[in-house]
Write a protein that binds this ligand. Structure first.
Ligand code: SF4
Ligand code: SF4
Length: 500
């Protein structure tokens, strides 16, 4: 029950304050309290008292907002609450922040689909589904219920060349990029080389990337890699014990020593090339290994020269009884430790000891740094664009959204090109799941993936999406906190520019 006096006084504020909830989230760093205001995309420092007022105004119903304000008034005083609310009204009117969203909030993907013409910039070719490894967390392995499994099927040369021709004919970029993907692409080095030759014949500016497990990356292949200036992305999990516990040969057996030797051999042939064009792709199976990864990379003279990217375990399709890969979100204590180690590295000469920390934190910092305010019609601009920039072509020549999307609808093939009706259908299916997004504080940050909303039968599944949203929201909360911890220490000028 709201005390009548407070109710009257609140009504007298004549603010539109109670008609709708605010949209945002409060969070804390070790030093301060903050509010991320979704509508304006501002991050505002608050006092603990103002935070409690904002939290009251975030409640979903008017009755619960009033009840929560009454609770705050009991702990402090009515006067203090009224003064605080006036300060919020002042901010709404003068600074355009802390506002409820007014109008009909429509989510759309329209910005990406203005014309039905492909404007591609990169294509991933699934050269083969064959692999000489059986990594424990491989999305094509037994721990996943996904349909695509390791197989012996490989791409025929004419399929590969036709895909390349389609891509380059429909490319809107001056620097088209073709990625060779598997399975393990170096099982078919001749095909890769022939594809490169063919693509360069059509467009001499075509760039190449090869994604490999590194086991077959031997000096003889280095000639064509350098000839075509290809980039090489090596999946490699760091310290020997960690790497060997997950990345094993298909017939059983360790892989760490061979990969390390291969990298070393190529480094001694042409260190500059390796430094400029190779990168490590680390899959983080347990967040608590991050410190060990950083230490390992920092202490290894060659690996420390290479850029690193951290890949999290794919959750979609992971069988329920497999939980050993799920520790990808840090608990509070471990996150504090990581953030402190990371911050420490800026204060001394320890940067090289936080290489993996850097790879883990930077995408999160970028996610928050490049955030967008909400307009009446809101484009889901962080959601990737299907049928536009990027295309995945599987071994059969079918077009798919990406390498993780073998259970999703096919969106064309090398003979017909992109099937825009299929693309449109998927777009509508995606949007049919977005009602909860209209009340979600993370809508200005969210990069939820197409793959996360489809089940193994290629049907949109809202329950699957709900599960993923819980994980995503936890990740975005961590990202906000890490972003502000670092901003407090370093200022905001080292980050990619925010839009507001
Ligand atoms: S190397 Fe890649 S494709 Fe092969 S098993 Fe490992 S993760 Fe899967
Ligand atoms: S976390 Fe889920 S509900 Fe929130 S914006 Fe992203 S997809 Fe929508």
């Amino acid at each position: 029950m709201i005390p009548p006096l407070l109710q009257d006084k609140l009504d007298n504020l004549k603010a539109d304050m109670f008609s709708k909830p605010l949209l945002g989230v409060t969070f804390s760093t070790s030093k301060s309290e903050y509010y991320y205001d979704t509508v304006s995309s501002e991050i505002i420092r608050t006092s603990p008292f103002m935070k409690s007022l904002i939290e009251a105004l975030l409640r979903k119903t008017k009755a619960s907002r009033l009840r929560a304000l009454t609770e705050v008034a009991r702990k402090h005083s009515e006067e203090k609450v009224l003064k605080g609310l006036k300060a919020i009204i002042d901010k709404q009117q003068n600074d355009n922040i802390l506002k409820q969203f007014s109008g009909d909030f429509e989510l759309s993907l329209n910005h990406q689909y203005q014309n039905r013409r492909a404007n591609l910039s990169s294509m991933v070719l699934e050269i083969t589904q064959k692999c000489n490894f059986r990594c424990s967390y491989c999305m094509y392995g037994d721990n996943y219920s996904n349909k695509r499994k390791h197989s012996k099927i490989s791409m025929k040369k004419d399929v590969a060349l036709q895909a390349i021709k389609y891509f380059l004919d429909n490319c809107g970029s001056e620097n088209p990029i073709i990625t060779f993907f598997g399975g393990e692409p170096f099982l078919f080095p001749n095909l890769i080389e022939e594809c490169m030759e063919y693509a360069r014949g059509i467009n001499p500016d075509t760039k190449f990337t090869i994604t490999t497990n590194g086991y077959l990356l031997k000096p003889p292949h280095f000639d064509f890699i350098r000839k075509f200036q290809a980039r090489v992305s090596i999946s490699f999990d760091g310290p020997k014990a960690i790497h060997n516990s997950h990345r094993i040969l298909s017939g059983g057996g360790e892989t760490f020593d061979t990969i390390m030797k291969n990298i070393k051999d190529l480094f001694y042939i042409d260190a500059d090339y390796v430094k400029e064009n190779f990168m490590l792709f680390l899959t983080l199976t347990d967040i608590e290994n991050l410190g060990k990864l950083s230490l390992f990379l920092g202490e290894n003279q060659i690996l420390n020269e290479l850029p690193v990217s951290i890949n999290k375990i794919t959750i979609r399709g992971l069988k329920e009884n497999v939980n050993e890969f799920m520790r990808t979100l840090p608990g509070d204590t471990y996150l504090n430790k990581l953030v402190n180690e990371y911050i420490d590295s800026y204060q001394g000469d320890k940067k090289k000891l936080v290489k993996a920390h850097n790879a883990y934190f930077f995408p999160q910092i970028k996610l928050v740094s490049v955030r967008f305010p909400i307009e009446k019609s809101y484009n889901l601009c962080k959601v990737c664009t299907i049928g536009d920039k990027r295309l995945f072509v599987d071994v059969n020549g079918d077009f798919r959204v990406c390498e993780k999307s073998h259970d999703l609808p096919i969106i064309g093939d090398i003979n017909q090109g992109l099937n825009w009706d299929a693309v449109d259908r998927m777009k509508h299916e995606f949007l049919s799941t977005t009602n909860p997004c209209k009340q979600c504080w993370a809508v200005g940050l969210c990069n939820v993936c197409w793959v996360d909303i489809y089940d193994n039968n290629g049907q949109v599944n809202k329950n699957l999406k709900e599960d993923i949203c819980k994980i995503r929201l936890a990740e975005y909360s961590i990202a906000l906190r890490v972003f502000m911890e670092l901003t407090e220490l370093l200022g905001d000028n080292i980050f990619p520019k925010a839009s507001s």
